[in-house]
Design a protein around this ligand. Structure first.
Ligand SMILES: Cc1cc2nc3c(=O)[nH]c(=O)nc-3n(C[C@H](O)[C@H](O)[C@H](O)COP(=O)(O)OP(=O)(O)OC[C@H]3O[C@@H](n4cnc5c(N)ncnc54)[C@H](O)[C@@H]3O)c2cc1C
Length: 387
């Protein structure tokens, strides 16, 4: 969450009449960045409207993270997906989205991973001038206050921005591959050639909280290895579901619709087993928990058939949806905004958030969307600031 002085912040329940130079809808990761940067121009009046309330104090405790996306936490939209036999065991899966000051950045896992250089170069090649790696790097740097002096002194990082980036403070010397409430260790690698430094297609997160809900698995000396497909090929959609604007949208993510994603996850499961067989893991006494996942008992544990079944029952999202308002040239009918983030065929309306990304980057989305907020703010300033 970011701090922004001289800013009027009103709940959607109480918007005062008035005239504003800019109205920002949603005080999430990008909305907050925009509000902060636009209010640097002191004669601009900025209204930031947020549907949720303040971020509660308990949400600052990392171990309570799972609670943040739970209906009981009161700071999530509590969306559910349309059920499909392909994922979540055939029932609706939760589709968390933060609903408070800070948006999903207030409920997320705090992992900072920008993606690959090639992600941004690809974005530019799709017709989005000014979005190549060399153009966006300066906005990553501008946003960042990196607490590691060694990293901060390199040409890739910044130390003066508003977003603190640091190593996780609470290192457990004994449950050390995991951390309560977040992922402490992550590996990015190519399934084709895991030991070579080439573009990754899989991420492996070492988590503690997934298997036991609110009680961290680390409490029981457990680790959950999560293979993650970085650039899924399956495509879903979000649709307005009712004439009542307050009703939730229909969310059909179509996870694992494309067979290539299932095959890649299967490779991920097998690589996870290889990780378990490394001398480091063996020395630490870590062994696989071979308790069968309910619903997959008919298969032999560890076979491809077994993992196929486990994937269909337990695979879920890592909460990085993008592309509902894709950026691209107007000649492409699937796009909504141009490379200056202006909605096609409208004036004075921009979309500046995760939805403009045509694909997920090979990382996590929050760093990327904060960069989008920084870049979007500069675009607005360039349009409206009269020298
Ligand atoms: C549980 C979870 C874990 C995640 N973990 C990570 C992670 O570890 N690392 C990472 O990089 N990314 C992570 N992400 C993803 C990342 O947080 C999001 O991609 C990012 O926050 C999206 O930013 P945004 O500005 O597009 O939207 P949001 O931050 O979601 O902000 C949207 C805001 O708009 C408000 N809003 C919506 N509709 C209205 C309306 N009609 N009127 C007023 N306000 C409205 C919402 O309440 C919300 O505050 C995670 C996301 C979730 C949900």
């Amino acid at each position: 969450m970011m701090v922004f002085p001289a800013l009027r912040l009103l709940s959607t329940n109480h918007v005062e009449d008035g005239y504003y130079d800019f109205i920002i809808v949603g005080a999430g990761s990008t909305g907050c960045v925009l509000a902060r940067r636009l209010t640097e121009i002191h004669h601009w009046d900025v209204l930031l409207v947020e549907a949720g309330g303040e971020q509660p104090q308990w949400d600052l405790v990392p171990a309570y993270l799972t609670f943040a996306s739970d209906p009981a936490g009161g700071i999530d939209w509590n969306y559910k997906t349309v059920p499909s036999p392909n994922y979540c065991g055939g029932v609706s899966c939760p589709y968390p989205r933060g609903k408070c000051l800070g948006g999903s950045s207030s409920t997320n896992y705090m992992i900072y991973a920008r993606g690959s250089k090639s992600d941004y170069d690809e974005l530019e090649k799709l017709g989005n001038k000014g979005w190549g790696y060399n153009d966006v790097l300066k906005y990553f740097i501008k946003s960042e206050r990196n607490g590691d002096p060694e990293l901060a002194s390199t040409k890739y990082h910044g130390s003066d921005g508003p977003l603190p980036i640091e190593n996780y403070r609470y290192q457990d010397e004994i449950g050390s591959l995991t951390a309560a409430g977040t992922i402490q260790v992550a590996a990015f690698l190519s399934s084709e050639n895991p030991t070579h430094n080439i573009e990754p297609d899989l991420e492996f997160g070492f988590a503690s909280t997934f298997s036991n809900g609110l009680i961290p698995a680390s409490y029981y000396d457990g680790i959950t290895i999560l293979p993650i497909v970085l650039r899924p090929k399956s495509r879903g959609y979000v649709k307005i579901n009712s004439t009542d604007p307050l009703k939730p949208p229909m969310i059909k993510p179509n996870f694992l619709d494309n067979k290539a994603d299932v095959i890649l996850l299967l490779k991920g499961m097998n690589i996870s087993l290889q990780i378990l067989n490394t001398p480091t893991m063996k020395t630490a006494g870590i062994v696989a928990d071979t308790t069968e996942i309910p619903g997959c008992e008919q298969h032999n544990w560890g076979t491809d058939e077994y993992w196929h079944c486990v994937i269909r029952i337990t695979a879920n999202t890592l909460y990085h949806p993008v592309s509902t308002c894709k950026m691209g040239p107007q000649s492409d009918p699937s796009t909504v905004v141009d490379s200056k983030l202006r909605v096609h065929n409208t004036s004075n309306l921009r979309i500046i958030d995760a939805s403009i990304m045509p694909f997920t980057v090979r990382g996590h989305t929050n760093a990327c969307v904060i960069m989008i907020g920084e870049k979007g703010a500069d675009m607005i300033k360039a349009t409206w600031l009269i020298p």
